[in-house]
Design a protein around this ligand. Structure first.
Ligand code: CU
Length: 481
C-alpha cells in the first residue's frame, strides 16, 4: 500500500525524485501521453495571449504552452476525448480528479524508476488546511500558508529546479481563510439542490464545467488555485505547475477524510456509472468508471493522516451547518436587478427586496434573536463572467447606516474565462457561487436599528484586477423556507 504523505513532513527523497521526474517528463513530446505537457493538457489547454501585465506578470497561456516539446500539438489531439477533460462545477469533480491523480502518480513512479530512483514513488499532499489547525501554534499555522520550500519562492530551490515555476503570482497564500477546510467537511450530503450545502458538487451531466461550485470546490479548492495564481489560476495551465498535483492530493484526502467521518457518497447510478478516458503508465488508453475509484485502498493507496475531526475548526460556523438536513428549501428574498462590474476596490451591490407579504422565507426570524436556530441564509453570486486570472474575492455584508462590515466568505473564480465563452463545453453563462451567510447576518442583526431592507453586500477582490475584468450578473439573498 502506498502512503501519500504531508509534503512538509517528508524526510526521504520523494520530492527530489519528483523534481527529476518532472524535468524528464518535460523533455518528452506533447503527443506522448506520459509527457508533462500531455498530462497538463488532460486538464485544460488554451492559447490565450493576454497577460496580466498590470500586475507585473509577463506570461500568458500561450507563452506557457509554447515551452512544450513538439508545440504546437496536432488539432486532432487538442479535440480528442483525452484533452481538456477536467471536471469542475459538477459532482464528478472529486472522482475525475482522483482518477487523474492515480494515473499521473503511476506515470511519475515509472519515470522515477527509469531514472534509477526507488520503486513505489508516491505523490505527497500539500496540507494548507493546517493554517486553521487549532492543535498548532500561530507560527506553525502561518507556515502552512507557504508552498513547501522545495517548490521555491522567487527562484528555484537548489536540487529542486523541476518543482519551480516562474508563472506563479504568489508563493504564500494570502490568508488563512483561503485554506479553510472544515466548513466543507462539516456538510452532511454529497449532493443537494443547494450548491453551498453540497460537499461534492451539484448533479450535472458529463460536463467540462457547469459553472456552479459545490462547497469543497469553492473553498479551499478554487481559492488555492487563484491565490497561487499564474499558471495555477487558470484551468488551461494549472496542471503544468508541479504544486497542482499536491494541491489535488490534499483535496482527495479531504474527500477520504469526509467519508471516514461516516458520510456517504451519492448512490445515484448516473454518477456511479459515468466513465472517463485516460492513459495508464504504459501509455495505453483506459476507461474508468466513478464506481471503480471509491476506495483509495482498492486503488492501492492511503493518506498518512486524515484531516482531523475537530469540531472547533474555523470557529462556530460548524455548529450552524451541522444541523442542516440537506433538503432545506430556500426562497429568494432579495436580488440585484442589473449586472455590475467589479473594481479592484470595494463594490456595493444594491439589492431590491420582495415585499414582505410575498416572501415565503422566514425573514422575520432573521430580524429577531428569539428563534432557536436562525434560518439559514445564502448569498448567491450568479452568472459571473469576465476574463483573466482574478485573485480571491471577499464578500461582506453591512447595513446602509453603518460602516462596519461583516465578512461572509470568499469566492475563487477558477475557470472564469472559459465559463464566460460559449463553446462546445460551456454555455458561456459564467460562474455561480453560493456562500453561507447565516453567521454573518446573525452578527449584523445585533447592531442597533437592524432592518433587513438596509442590507448591503460588498464585494472586494483581495488583489488588483489588473487587466482582468469581472461582471457579476446577479447577487441574491436566499433564506430558508
Ligand atoms: Cu484543481
Amino acid at each position: 500500500m502506498r502512503v501519500r504523505k504531508n509534503a512538509s513532513e517528508i524526510t526521504d527523497d520523494t520530492l527530489l525524485w519528483y523534481s527529476r521526474a518532472v524535468e524528464a517528463m518535460k523533455k518528452k513530446d506533447i503527443t506522448d501521453p506520459t509527457s508533462w505537457w500531455y498530462q497538463g493538457a488532460i486538464h485544460g489547454y488554451g492559447l490565450d495571449k493576454s497577460a496580466n501585465l498590470a500586475l507585473g506578470e509577463s506570461w500568458s497561456q500561450f507563452s506557457i504552452w509554447q515551452q512544450a516539446q513538439g508545440f504546437p500539438p496536432p488539432n486532432s489531439l487538442v479535440h480528442s476525448q483525452f484533452w481538456q477533460q477536467c471536471q469542475h462545477g459538477t459532482w464528478y469533480f472529486l472522482p475525475w480528479h482522483r482518477m487523474y491523480l492515480q494515473f499521473f502518480e503511476a506515470i511519475v513512479a515509472k519515470t522515477v524508476i527509469e531514472l534509477g530512483g526507488p520503486e513505489n514513488w508516491t505523490l505527497p499532499y500539500w496540507n494548507y488546511c493546517d493554517a486553521n489547525n487549532p492543535a498548532l501554534n500561530d507560527d506553525q499555522q502561518l507556515q502552512a500558508l507557504n508552498l513547501p520550500t522545495e517548490f521555491g519562492t522567487k527562484q528555484p530551490t537548489p536540487d529542486f529546479t523541476g518543482l519551480w515555476m516562474e508563472e506563479r503570482a504568489q508563493y504564500t497564500l494570502s490568508s488563512k481563510q483561503d485554506a479553510s477546510c472544515e466548513a466543507a467537511l462539516a456538510l452532511e450530503h454529497f449532493t443537494t439542490v443547494q450548491p453551498s450545502q453540497s460537499f461534492g458538487g451539484v448533479k450535472t451531466g458529463f460536463s467540462h464545467d457547469s459553472g456552479t461550485f459545490g462547497k469543497l470546490e469553492n473553498n479551499p479548492h478554487n481559492l488555492i488555485h487563484v491565490d497561487i495564481g499564474g499558471a495555477m489560476g487558470d484551468p488551461n495551465t494549472a496542471a503544468l505547475d508541479p504544486i497542482f498535483w499536491l494541491h489535488h492530493a490534499n483535496i482527495d484526502r479531504l474527500w477520504q477524510s469526509w467519508i471516514d467521518r461516516g458520510r456517504e457518497n451519492t448512490s445515484d447510478s448516473s454518477w456511479l456509472d459515468q466513465a472517463f478516458d485516460f492513459h495508464d503508465a504504459k501509455a495505453n488508453p483506459v476507461s474508468v468508471k466513478v464506481k471503480d475509484v471509491l476506495s483509495t485502498e482498492a486503488l492501492g493507496y492511503t493518506y498518512s493522516e486524515n484531516y482531523p475531526d475537530v469540531k472547533s475548526h474555523d470557529g462556530n460556523k460548524v455548529s450552524a451547518l451541522i444541523s442542516l438536513e440537506g433538503n432545506e428549501m430556500f426562497d429568494t428574498i432579495a436580488a440585484t436587478t442589473k449586472s455590475f462590474s467589479l473594481s479592484s476596490k470595494s463594490t456595493s451591490a444594491k439589492l431590491e427586496f420582495l415585499p414582505e407579504k410575498q416572501q415565503v422565507a422566514k425573514v422575520s426570524a432573521l430580524a429577531t434573536l428569539t428563534t432557536q436556530r436562525s434560518s439559514q441564509v445564502i448569498i448567491a453570486l450568479d452568472n459571473i463572467t469576465g476574463s483573466g486570472v482574478v485573485g480571491p474575492v471577499n464578500v461582506f455584508v453591512k447595513t446602509f447606516a453603518s460602516s462596519e462590515r461583516v465578512f461572509v466568505g470568499k469566492i475563487g473564480l477558477f475557470g472564469l474565462t472559459q465559463a464566460s465563452t460559449a463553446s462546445v463545453r460551456h454555455a458561456g453563462t459564467g460562474l455561480n457561487v453560493e456562500l453561507d451567510a447565516t453567521e454573518a447576518l446573525e452578527q449584523l442583526r445585533k447592531q442597533s436599528g437592524w432592518k433587513i431592507e438596509d442590507l448591503r453586500i460588498e464585494i472586494e477582490p483581495n488583489r488588483e484586477l489588473g487587466e482582468a475584468n469581472v461582471i457579476v450578473g446577479r447577487v441574491s439573498i436566499k433564506a430558508e423556507v
